[in-house]
Write a protein that binds this ligand. Structure first.
Ligand code: GLU
Length: 428
């Protein structure tokens, strides 16, 4: 898409809402690059990933049949360093989504100043219906299929939606077999005994917690007693509910893929954490549930979408009650909704900043793997805290100074570094 097409899309987005993740990402990257004074050539370079590999993988299922799965690996831009980003297993994965997600990874790495560009992978599958054996064979097949373009100094995968440390362990083992030497630095989010880092599992939620705290400070809101709604009870959502509860906030709402729970007196978070399954499902145990859509519009002080994309749109942005929205998921708010929330004076902390805690500790994991010396959880958390507070302040200050929303400010900071690196390398 050229610059004129971007403008056309922008106009179109104003009329009918752009829910296409790639298109909306391109619109904001274009705006960020022009505000930074970069040429349209730079936009041409950064509007899509440099590499996109599509693979088809035959996998033996438990009933003896063969199923052919489709997977992707996108590498957005490697001017700053090797590309980095998770692999999601989900029935709705598609090529454009993986491309957009790889671009967000570049932005995240830029915002928290990691020596990486962005990458992302995905496999179209539903792990909720697969056995451990099938998941293992699929994970190994994926590594064999993408092995030529990945590696500890090329592109480093990690967990994402519906993938976990066990899947990372199989992938690391497969990669080490292929290379014939132990390669813990090939992938992050591993179990501790295989070179994982202390604090990695909780890192995304830690980062979101830091952003919530900083955002609350800006709004003069006391975290103790604040009413919090967390949409999604996966890795980020469940740990976040726990941290908010521990910080003295009142978690009044949570949800999973099947429904939501709301209680204005506060939910029993310890009980819910205890009863959730490994895919984050818990609401099926209750009768008095509401829908995910209804949950977003309930009374609260802090709303955290921590599930999937396009949850806050032009249709419901007017009905959001929270003065602070912190995006723990990737792409939960459309551009039009971003504008509506901002115009209503709601402080929106964008995904590329709020969810950057995961990749930050992934970077720490990779550094520890490379040096073979491991840190304590306190050391990891202390380093994460410094990085995220600095990143929040940089983005918030820029948004204030330029009177722009925090999403555009975050894109400006995130895009600047890869644009400068591409320029120094003589690519543009
Ligand atoms: N999947 C996570 C994200 O979207 C983490 C990526 C990583 O640790 O490399 O940020």
């Amino acid at each position: 898409m050229g610059a004129t097409a971007v403008k056309r899309n922008q106009q179109k987005a104003n009329q009918e809402e752009a829910t296409n993740l790639l298109t909306s990402t391109q619109i904001v990257i274009h705006e960020a690059l022009s505000k930074l004074g970069f040429s349209d050539e730079m936009y041409e370079l950064l509007k899509e990933p440099l590499r996109m590999l599509t693979v088809r993988m035959p996998v033996r299922m438990d009933d003896g049949s063969i199923k052919v799965f489709t997977g992707y690996r996108a590498q957005h831009n490697d001017a700053v360093g090797p590309t980095k980003g998770g692999v999601r297993f989900h029935p709705e994965v598609d090529e454009e989504e993986v491309k957009a997600l790889s671009m967000w990874m570049s932005l995240k790495c830029g915002i928290v100043n990691l020596p990486y560009g962005g990458g992302k992978g995905g496999i179209i599958c539903d792990p909720r219906t697969m056995s451990m054996g099938e998941l293992e064979r699929l994970s190994r097949a994926y590594v064999r299929a993408i092995s030529q373009i990945v590696g500890p100094t090329k592109d480093i995968p990690a967990p994402d939606v519906y993938t976990n440390s066990q899947i990372m362990a199989w992938m690391m083992d497969e990669y080490s077999h292929l290379r014939e030497y132990d390669s813990p630095g090939f992938i992050t989010g591993k179990p501790l005994v295989l070179g994982g880092s202390q604090g990695r599992e909780k890192a995304t939620a830690q980062g979101v917690t830091i952003c919530i705290r900083e955002a609350a400070k800006q709004k003069g809101l006391e975290l103790k007693g604040a009413r919090v709604i967390v949409q999604g009870f996966g890795n980020a959502g469940s740990f976040l509910a726990k941290f908010m509860h521990e910080a003295g906030a009142k978690v009044v709402g949570i949800s999973d893929a099947y429904g939501a729970l709301y209680d204005r007196k506060g939910l029993d978070i310890d009980y819910l954490l205890d009863r959730r399954d490994s895919f984050g499902t818990v609401t099926t145990l209750f009768e008095n549930t509401i829908t995910n859509e209804e949950l977003l519009e309930m009374e609260c002080d802090i709303l955290v979408p921590a599930a999937i994309s396009n949850q806050i749109t032009a249709h419901n942005a007017h009905a959001i009650k929270a003065p602070i929205v912190v995006e723990a998921a990737n792409g939960p708010t459309t551009l039009e909704a971003t504008k509506i929330l901002t115009d209503r004076g709601i402080l929106l902390v964008p995904d590329v900043l709020a969810s950057a805690g995961g990749v930050t500790v992934s970077y720490f994991e990779w550094v520890q793997n490379n040096q073979g010396y491991y840190w304590t959880e306190e050391e990891v958390n202390e380093k994460l805290e410094k990085v995220l507070v600095q990143a929040f302040n940089n983005v918030h200050q820029l948004s204030q100074a330029r009177s722009i929303d925090m999403r555009l400010a975050a894109y400006m900071i995130g895009a600047r570094r890869m644009a400068e690196a591409s320029k120094f390398r003589g690519w543009v």
